[in-house]
Design a protein around this ligand. Structure first.
Ligand SMILES: Cc1ncc(COP(=O)(O)O)c(C=O)c1O
Length: 545
């Protein structure tokens, strides 16, 4: 047999055996003192081991090619007998996996929406795992389902700010659902479109319903040829994926142009809607999606105006606030999301700006009966009239993430979270000012919240671009694009800091930009200056011709 490098040391000559006695020792057994000691011992090994490791390992990731790493993970057999003890597995994860994973907790990691988390999240996640509740049904969660409804109502109140009487009525009412937990933002967006689709094509009018009779029957009964959803061209790709799964078709998620500030262009939106009703009377608009914190630019669409348009035309208004939603905790900046309270549905991700570990998607509805459109019952669980949220969630079995979010809201308070939000927004503004100040850089999209994009544009090329006639710009812009593509890769490979990259449409054409997401509380202006300095140095030393 070939000896693979990812085989544990001594594999083959192992003395570990799987038998009833060793198996019993592996299960959580509250009555057993030895089991309790083991639980504590290994938890310490994990926490202290990781802590020491993170102390030693301050960069983003260790230098090793993906190819060389992939060669370590080619053994596809499950060993017949146990290959490693838990302590060895923990050591291996800390010593062999962690160094080559990505240190998203580094304050120099400002490229994605994943960052450092407060330490108590690890403890809360441990409780979620240890209790192993399954909120799909009351019989495997009991009080956890009630607690979950309360946590959902707390976040619903943050978004919609309804009256005490509203929440008193709906918080524990079996017939009401203020929202539900799903796996992630993708499934939250999918739930929003699922509800919108089923409400539009329900059996209430006596015709075929999409959920029971299928899309073809529901559309033909109404003389509809296609459904479309409109979102700015900066919409997250999960909307297209959702439209694919829901039988709408991802090409029927129509991209609305954006204005100079990367917000949905309202005139273009109205023109598209008018054109559709004039030229395609058999097309129905399923939903308009406003973004509160676009993935690439962090921009917020003009939500109040979109709400007016949806209201006037009777269209479902969904707000994708997967990123920006938690900004509502900030007294100073919640006005940036004004209009969100008029949405029919809102997506928010706990694993983004509520700083939770992966993953915690949430979908909220203005109408507590909206989710009836996607209710499913089963004889063995989720019986009619039950308070289970599993009746309405797209996900079946799932972790009780509400325990972690509820705990986090208590520990942080709105003020605690607001400190994080304010820090991100204010530091992003300071970074934008610094980028404007430096001759080597161009700010491409200023921050609305805490995301911005920019690029390194050597002054000589920037001047040439500004002076060229439109027809002569593409090659100059392409040269600047290449510099930024190479720069981002070289900085990532150097492993000290990380900024991400995307491509935006700008007046110069398709433009490669560097994207900064500021959410780590330990990122400060000194670190951001170091990152910009490093980018200038990489350009000077490795890219300048
Ligand atoms: C605006 C927006 N919506 C939806 C999503 C999808 O979230 P998830 O990755 O949790 O599925 C993202 C992810 O980045 C996002 O930025």
């Amino acid at each position: 047999m070939t000896q693979h490098s990812n085989e544990p040391p001594g594999a083959g000559a192992t003395t570990l055996v799987a038998n009833r006695e060793t198996l019993e020792r592996l299960f959580i057994r509250p009555e057993n003192a030895e089991a309790r000691a083991a639980l504590i011992k290994y938890m310490e090994q994990i926490l202290f081991g990781l802590h020491d490791f993170l102390g030693r390992h301050v960069g983003i990731t260790q230098e090793a090619s993906l190819k060389s790493l992939s060669e370590r993970f080619v053994n596809t057999r499950i060993s017949e007998h146990p290959a490693r003890k838990l302590s060895d597995v923990i050591d291996a994860l800390i010593e062999e996996i962690a160094p080559h994973a990505v240190n998203v907790a580094s304050p120099y990691f400002i490229g994605h929406m994943t960052s450092a988390i407060p330490y108590f999240m690890v403890h809360l996640a441990t409780i979620v795992a240890a209790l192993n509740q399954n909120p799909v049904k009351l019989e495997t969660s009991k009080v956890v389902s009630l607690h979950e409804r309360q946590v959902l109502a707390r976040v619903h109140r943050l978004v919609y700010g309804r009256s005490d009487a509203f929440y008193d009525l709906h918080v524990q009412r079996p017939e009401s659902a203020l929202g539900c937990f799903v796996e992630d933002g993708t499934l939250a967006n999918m739930t929003a479109l699922w509800v919108a689709r089923n409400r539009l094509l329900s059996s209430a009018d006596g015709m075929a319903a999409v959920e029971t009779d299928g899309m073809a029957a529901a559309l033909s009964a109404r003389g509809i040829r296609r459904l479309v959803a409109l979102v700015s061209r900066l919409g997250h790709y999960s909307l297209g994926k959702s439209a694919g799964v829901l039988g709408i078709g991802n090409k029927n998620v129509l991209p609305v142009p954006v204005d100079m500030e990367n917000r949905m262009d309202l005139r273009a939106l109205v023109r598209m809607l008018d054109d559709l009703s004039r030229t395609e009377p058999e097309t129905r608009v399923l939903a308009i999606v406003g973004i509160a914190g676009a993935t690439e630019t962090g921009t917020v669409d003009p939500l109040p105006a979109i709400a007016d348009i949806c209201q006037k035309r009777g269209i479902h208004f969904h707000v994708d606030a997967a990123w920006g939603g938690p900004s509502l905790v900030s007294e100073k900046y919640r006005h940036l999301l004004a209009g969100i309270e008029r949405a029919d549905s809102v997506t928010i991700d706990g694993h983004k700006q509520f700083y939770m570990p992966m993953s915690c998607g949430m979908i909220y509805f203005s109408d507590p009966s909206a989710m009836d459109a996607v209710a499913y019952h089963a004889r063995y669980i989720n019986r009619i009239g039950s308070v289970d949220l599993g009746i309405r969630s797209l996900v079946g079995s799932r972790a009780a993430t509400s325990l972690a979010l509820g705990g986090a809201l208590d520990i942080m308070g709105a003020r605690g979270y607001a400190l994080l939000i304010d820090h991100g927004i204010e530091l992003a503004r300071a970074l934008a000012a610094e980028i404007r100040r430096r001759p080597m850089f161009q700010l491409i999209t200023p921050p609305s919240l805490n995301i911005l994009t920019y690029r390194l544009a050597p002054p000589e090329l920037a001047r040439r671009l500004a002076r060229s006639a439109p027809a002569d710009r593409p090659p100059v812009n392409a040269a600047i694009n290449q510099i930024n593509i190479d720069l981002q890769r070289l900085q990532r490979e150097a492993g000290r800091s990380f900024v991400s990259r995307t491509t935006l449409a700008t007046p110069w054409g398709e433009t490669a930009v560097l994207r900064a997401v500021i959410m780590n509380p330990f990122t400060d202006m000194a670190i951001l200056n170091e990152i910009l300095d490093e980018q200038e140095a990489i350009y000077r030393d490795e890219l300048m011709e």
